[in-house]
Design a protein around this ligand. Structure first.
Ligand SMILES: [Zn+2]
Length: 148
């Protein structure tokens, strides 16, 4: 097991340090603050609540990033957070994380209400539930864990 913080008295992983460094450098807004970046974070949270996001598992997070030199940690970029989108979704306890290249330098985080079917075991939303090749009710991760 890899811990993202030191709460379990383990050394923080390099990937977690890289992810935190990027967030502290590019997205440091406090949603309770009055300055611009913080207000954008607050607006994203309020928009998500208006869309019906009541629990983390109802949310899909889209992280748009572009560095000042034109690189990105989105798919195909040279930068990396050290985590896959699936690992970030597990870390954030949300149904899905999408990394994409931003139009302008900086990082923005959007929270969307998932419209994918909900797994009754883990409460995550998964687009694969009920599709050919997937379990009729469970998400892929739960089906794999239960061996069904
Ligand atoms: Zn599940």
């Amino acid at each position: 097991m890899i811990y993202a913080d030191n709460a379990a008295t383990t050394q923080m992983s390099g990937a977690a340090i890289n992810a935190m460094t990027a967030c502290m450098r590019d997205t440091w807004g406090n949603p309770s603050s009055l300055y611009g970046l913080g207000q954008r974070a607050k607006e994203a949270l309020e928009d998500a609540r208006e869309q019906g996001v009541k629990k983390n598992q109802d949310a899909e997070v889209v992280i748009s990033h572009l560095s000042a030199n034109g690189d990105t940690f989105a798919a195909g970029g040279k930068m990396t957070l050290g985590f896959s989108e699936e690992e970030l979704a597990s870390l954030f306890i949300v149904s899905k994380v999408t990394l994409q290249k931003a139009e302008a330098p900086g990082m923005e985080v959007s929270v969307l209400l998932s419209d994918a079917p909900k797994c009754p075991r883990c409460w995550n939303h998964d687009e694969g539930i009920g599709t050919p090749g997937c379990h009729a009710e469970l998400c892929g991760r739960c089906a794999k864990v239960l061996g069904v």
